[in-house]
Write a protein that binds this ligand. Structure first.
Ligand code: PMP
Ligand code: GLU
Length: 387
């Protein structure tokens, strides 16, 4: 009954573990979860007020598939103001979360046999999207020793005549690494003269703790032409449940094809979400973003210090996002078993590194309150000492 296509997919490991942790908690078990890939803050009041206004104004009907004109204007404004990128409305499409934007993109450009270069560790969803589109993932391995960033030499070596696209995630989920302008320029130099596309996933753009964020498309005209910028509001303004993601590319034909696909699948995203998103895109929730960023930074510093106190563990201090990718190679090279046991024995939920393509690590989300971080890390250290 089931298609080969859907049978070839694996469920999202990050979602599976967060769901399991929530279920165990609901059963009354003492669980501390560091598995969530979402802010623990509420959506800012100013955004919620706009949603109420949308309802009062009966902004409740179908809109144009890529988003209504005022919304597209606010995305153009955001991309210009924050990233110095200029797009036309016809070059932007809003979808049901950045995950949906990525799904549309892969279905639109990846053909059977096309190769997609993915730096590893990677966000769990990318290789699945490649599988579903009939393509082939080509991984470039990185480790904590190289700051979890690919080099121009590694990129050059991974390119073949079949390479269709490179995925960059900056800041990264699961490592928090952030590419500098110079690093992006150097990667761009390797791509010059090819027709390889770059999918730049910039979901964690607003969560930067050291240095500056650089949008991949902004480093040169050549990179602008080949880059598809993917972003959203889930992480920056704590809107994970609202489902709002967008994608921009100067290639009108690419966006037109995605509009066609979306017109035959989900149509426009929720009209109320569209209406409310505008204030966030215009920068009116920036003080809320700054409050969250500062709090995340405090938690990052605390968690890194506590984890590195253990002689069994080591972790790099990430420049962005809200994840730590913790090295457990001194005690385990089977992160799945490690994470299963620590959940059963200590009630601590972590995501195994193997799910992100890198064995010998776990992912720790610090989008969790300080008391839980302290208690959770005490349990982790205790577990590791006796492992
Ligand atoms: N990209 C990355 C790197 C992510 O971590 C996530 C997490 N959800 C997404 C895209 C998708 O986010 P959403 O669909 O909530 O916009
Ligand atoms: N992106 C988040 C994470 O990595 C949310 C879960 C998901 O969409 O996979 O945990």
């Amino acid at each position: 009954m089931l298609t080969k296509r859907v049978q070839s997919l694996s469920p999202s490991l990050t979602i599976a573990i967060s769901t399991l942790a929530a279920e165990l908690k609901a059963q009354g078990k003492d669980i501390i979860s560091f598995s969530a890939g979402e802010p623990d803050f509420n959506t800012p009041e100013i955004i919620k007020d706009e949603a109420k206004k949308a309802l009062d104004e009966n902004f409740t009907r179908y809109t144009a598939v890529p988003g209504f004109p005022k919304l597209l204007d606010s995305i153009k404004l955001k991309l210009k103001r924050d990233n110095n990128l200029e797009y036309k409305s016809s070059q932007i499409i809003v979808s049901n979360g950045a995950k949906h934007s990525l799904f549309n993109l892969f279905q639109t450009v990846i053909e059977e046999g096309d190769e997609v270069i993915i730096p590893s560790p990677y966000w769990v969803t990318y290789p699945e999207l490649v599988i579903y589109s009939g393509g082939k993932s080509v991984f470039i391995e990185t480790t904590d020793e190289d700051g979890f960033k690919i080099t121009p030499e590694q990129l050059k070596a991974a390119i073949t005549p079949k390479t269709k696209m490179l995925i960059l995630t900056t800041p990264s989920n699961p490592t928090g690494s952030v590419y500098s302008k110079e690093e992006l320029e150097a990667l761009g130099e390797v791509l010059k003269g090819t027709d390889i596309l770059v999918a730049s996933d910039e979901m964690y753009e607003k969560l930067i703790y050291e240095g500056e964020f650089t949008a991949t498309a902004s480093v040169s005209q050549d990179m602008f032409e080949r880059t598809i910028t993917i972003n959203g509001l889930s992480k920056s303004v704590a809107m994970t449940g609202w489902r709002f993601g967008y994608l921009a590319s100067p290639k009108d034909e690419l966006i037109a094809a995605m509009k066609k696909l979306q017109s035959q699948s989900t149509s426009n995203i929720n009209s109320i979400t569209q209406y409310a998103a505008i204030v966030a895109l215009k920068g009116e929730a920036d003080s809320d973003i700054e409050m969250m960023r500062k709090e995340f930074k405090k938690r990052r510093d605390l968690a890194v210090k506590l984890l590195n106190d253990s002689d069994k563990l080591s972790v790099l201090k990430p420049d962005g996002a809200f994840y730590l990718f913790v090295n457990i190679q001194k005690i385990s090279n089977d992160s799945m078993t490690f994470c299963k046991q620590i959940l059963e024995e200590k009630g601590v939920a972590l995501v195994p590194g193997v799910g992100f393509g890198s064995e010998g690590y776990f992912r720790f989300s610090f989008a969790t309150d300080v008391d839980s971080i302290k208690e959770g890390i005490t349990r982790i250290k205790d577990f590791c000492d006796n492992y």
